[in-house]
Ligand binder design. Structure first.
Ligand SMILES: Cc1cc2nc3c(=O)[nH]c(=O)nc-3n(C[C@H](O)[C@H](O)[C@H](O)COP(=O)(O)OP(=O)(O)OC[C@H]3O[C@@H](n4cnc5c(N)ncnc54)[C@H](O)[C@@H]3O)c2cc1C
Length: 410
């Protein structure tokens, strides 16, 4: 009997875990190799958008997610000094989706919740302390070589091993783009911002030409996301004093008194905008941060990574269960996911970064006027929300992969 595994996944982040659960639920044998000793506890993504919630519903995850997360239908665009520019309401989309809101749920809770489901499947295997060092393409199968030298032959390899993906690097896939000079700081506090900013929604993008900020409520605390200027030292930027100063300056601009923010976490991140030149080679597929990275404004990185995982799962199912041609099927993943990444995720996150700190007064006023007008025009607001919630782009891309795969299998 061959030792060849059916599906190997490198990396047990949110993307690898979703790919694993989707494939294991169809009965395929799935093995995940995770470099860490446990699932990551990093404080990164916390926003699940509508199409991702719909996919999680298909996987049977949604009840657990709704129990642990915070449903947020309203979000605001604000001006740091002027307050609310516009408040937008995802519940306007209630006739189009079962989930007309953003779900605020930390990715470290999500991966653990997915693990609970995987643990129940005898055909899903998760190994820790098992980094994939390199990968080989043998056209009709792949090999993952682990850090301890073990060679694992497999029908399919999905690289979900994050930004420094060894799977991607094994094939020399270029990863062009840029690393921002600014770093992004995330801090969490149990302070209730709405005690002082009484009109604050649970998600607020606070624009400012000099010092923008995003405030996001999660079930346990508020998360504050801000940029650290290229001129500021990392060591200084993360001191409690500096963070307290920055948060208080936001309150001071609105005329509020000094607050001593109780901090429950803080992390500094380098931010990249990069897209791999290839997302697929024969029976090796890339998904998530291994294939693309973007700034977190809009909450698209993990969400689009989960959509990649879905596409990778659809490809493997079409080949293994319905006899589609493996190489053509893999190319569908490569082409569609790369296109949507460039046209939607990259384009919109770059625009969001520009909008948050727009220095041109006329451009800022024009955007503010556009946002205010949405509040009085329900149809225009719905169209805007379909865009910002990834609804249109994700539905189109998922349908395109399915249609093109169906054409291969027929
Ligand atoms: C501050 C911040 C806020 C963000 N907010 C959002 C948000 O609200 N919404 C959103 O959609 N996105 C957000 N993102 C982006 C999001 O966190 C990432 O896109 C997401 O983590 C990508 O998931 P992944 O599974 O591809 O990679 P990762 O989360 O990086 O997981 C990769 C996994 O692979 C493991 N691994 C690495 N190398 C190897 C190897 N060689 N072999 C085996 N295992 C390996 C790692 O240990 C890890 O467990 C945010 C990012 C940051 C920094």
């Amino acid at each position: 009997m061959s030792d060849r595994k059916q599906v190997v996944i490198a990396g047990a982040g949110p993307v690898g875990m979703v790919a694993a659960l989707k494939l294991a639920q169809t009965g395929l044998d799935v093995t995940i190799y995770e470099m860490g000793d446990d699932l990551s506890v990093d404080s990164k993504a916390s926003t699940f958008h509508i199409p991702t919630l719909e996919l999680c519903d298909e996987l049977g995850l949604i009840d657990d997610m709704l129990e642990q997360g915070l449903m947020v239908p309203l979000f605001q665009q604000r001006d740091r000094k002027g307050g609310v520019i516009a408040q937008l309401d995802l519940s306007l989309l209630k006739d189009e989706t079962k989930y007309p809101y953003r779900l605020q749920l930390e990715q470290s809770k999500f991966t653990r919740l997915v693990r609970n489901h995987l643990d129940k499947l005898p055909n899903a295997h998760l190994f820790y302390g098992a980094g994939v060092a390199t990968a080989e393409d043998h056209t009709d199968y792949a090999v993952a070589i682990l850090n301890d030298g073990t060679r694992v032959e497999c029908d399919w390899l999905i690289g979900c091993d994050g930004a420094n993906s060894m799977v991607r690097q094994s094939f020399g896939f270029e990863f062009p783009g840029e690393t921002f000079a600014e770093r992004f700081l995330v801090m969490s506090t149990t302070f209730e911002f709405r005690d002082v900013m009484t009109d604050l929604a649970e998600v607020a993008y606070i624009t400012d030409p000099d010092e923008w900020m995003v405030l996001l409520k999660t079930p346990d605390h508020w998360r504050c996301l801000m940029a650290v200027s290229p001129d500021e030292d990392d060591d200084v930027a993360v001191t409690d004093e500096r963070i307290q100063e920055r948060l208080n300056s936001v309150l001071a601009d609105l005329g509020h008194e000094h607050v001593d923010f109780p901090m429950v976490g803080k992390s500094l991140y380098r931010v990249n905008q990069r897209v791999a030149k290839n997302f697929a080679i024969n029976r090796i597929l890339l998904a998530g941060d291994s294939a693309h990275m973007n700034n977190p404004l809009g909450g698209f990185g993990m969400n689009s990574g989960i959509h990649d995982a879905w596409s990778a799962g659809d490809v493997i199912e079409a080949v293994e269960l319905r006899g589609a041609d493996a190489h053509k099927a893999a190319q569908i993943h490569g082409v569609v996911r790369s296109e949507v990444c460039h046209s939607y995720v990259q384009a919109n996150t770059k625009k969001n970064f520009k909008d948050m700190q727009e220095k041109d007064e006329a451009a800022r006023q024009a955007r503010n006027a556009m946002l205010r007008a949405l509040q009085d025009d329900v149809e225009a607001q719905k169209e805007y929300l379909r865009g910002t919630s990834m609804l249109t782009s994700a539905h189109e891309a998922i349908a395109r992969v399915r249609n093109e795969l169906a054409a291969l299998s027929s």
